[in-house]
Design a protein around this ligand. Structure first.
Ligand code: PBG
Length: 341
């Protein structure tokens, strides 16, 4: 037999009792919105955001990604409109992913000057002054098998893949990209891309390397958006084991040696410790990618009425910033910019 639960008698608040003799009362600084604003340690501003865009062929195309409400596959003209909106809201840059019409085993449309990303770069540089244009450099959106490199006997071969990535980076630079962002996790690609850019006279084009990219379950919705789900196997032979952090430090060190200007950690929310360590140890401009699955989780919960979306969004982005990210890449960039305005 369980005993019935008994509730204690409600205690009358003590009236007229002497205040405790407390020298420190942290609540003093939480008392009013004004005081809280004065002592706030972490601030968010749209300037630190990069907004990812998925660019497809055609005109007037705007196809919502089912697993990412509010995110669209956009033709170049629509991508320009979206980027203009982002710029007007104070967002610094966009990160472009391409949806080519043609895919093949070696991802050759990754370096087609007329493909969606290259066309979008030219249009954005022409039509959205001041916008920082960053391009994703990877083969997974361009290969018929969906892998990030060239596959030989079911293995993703490193060095031949790097040659293809270099071609992609050069074509983005030729189109006018400000920064190329290799996300493939092949070894030595940052150095090879830096050398090739310099040889081509593109010494001003920066490299934001995905130095620490974990093999994560949170990229699922992105693969819907980018049509880049591998047809066999997974990405564990090149993306990192989420259990490792010392290895992350070595990856960052290598990419800096090879010439990375900005280092990126991805995903963000499951890697706040990694972001903090990378920033503290290397001090380089550090970016964090709040990825598709992290966005989709908040969207799904919000749509079910289970969380207050604007608050959850700002709390999430603030946590990424507090961990040490200088740059936040997020599908929420525009929504957050509007809330912050
Ligand atoms: C391409 C790439 C991926 C993401 C960014 N670049 C997908 C992957 O590695 O499968 C994921 C971004 C996101 O989930 O929002 N390699």
């Amino acid at each position: 037999m369980t005993k019935p639960v008994t509730h204690p008698e409600p205690v009358e608040p003590a009236r007229g009792s002497l205040p405790l003799q407390l020298r420190h009362r942290p609540r003093r600084l939480r008392r009013t919105p004004g005081i809280r604003a004065l002592v706030r340690e972490t601030r968010l501003s749209p300037e630190m955001f990069i907004y990812p865009l998925f660019v497809c062929t055609g005109e007037g195309q705007r196809r919502e990604v089912p697993s990412m409400p509010g995110v669209f596959q956009l033709s170049v003209d629509e991508a320009v409109r979206e980027a203009e909106g982002a710029r007007a809201e104070g967002i610094s840059g966009v990160l472009l992913f391409g949806l080519p019409d043609q895919k093949d085993a070696i991802g050759s449309s990754a370096y087609d000057a007329e493909a969606p990303v290259q066309t979008a770069v030219r249009a954005l540089k022409r039509e959205v002054p001041g916008l920082v244009v960053v391009t994703d450099v990877c083969l997974c959106e361009y290969t018929s098998h969906g892998h990030c490199g060239i596959v030989v006997e079911d293995q993703i071969v490193n060095d031949a893949s790097v040659e293809q990535l270099v071609r992609a980076a050069l074509s983005h630079a030729a189109a006018g990209a400000d920064i190329v962002a290799p996300s493939d996790m092949m070894d030595g690609r940052v150095g090879s891309i830096r050398d090739a850019l310099d040889d081509a006279g593109a010494t001003e084009v920066g490299i934001m390397s995905y130095a620490v990219k974990y093999a994560s379950a949170f990229y699922g919705p992105f693969r819907d958006a980018a049509g880049s789900t591998p047809t066999f196997g997974d990405r564990r032979s090149h993306q990192m084991d989420p259990a490792n952090v010392l290895e992350a430090m070595r990856e960052v060190e290598l990419d800096i040696e090879e010439g990375a200007d900005i280092v990126l950690v991805k995903p963000a929310i499951t890697c706040l410790d990694v972001i903090a360590r990378v920033k503290a140890e290397f001090g380089l401009p550090t970016a964090a990618y709040h990825v598709s699955g992290e966005y989709a989780m908040l969207k799904a919960a919000a749509r079910n009425g289970w969380i207050d979306e604007p608050r959850a969004m700002l709390e999430t982005l603030t946590a990424i910033r507090r961990a040490g990210a200088d740059i936040i890449i997020s599908y929420y960039a525009r929504e957050a910019a509007r809330v912050l305005a």
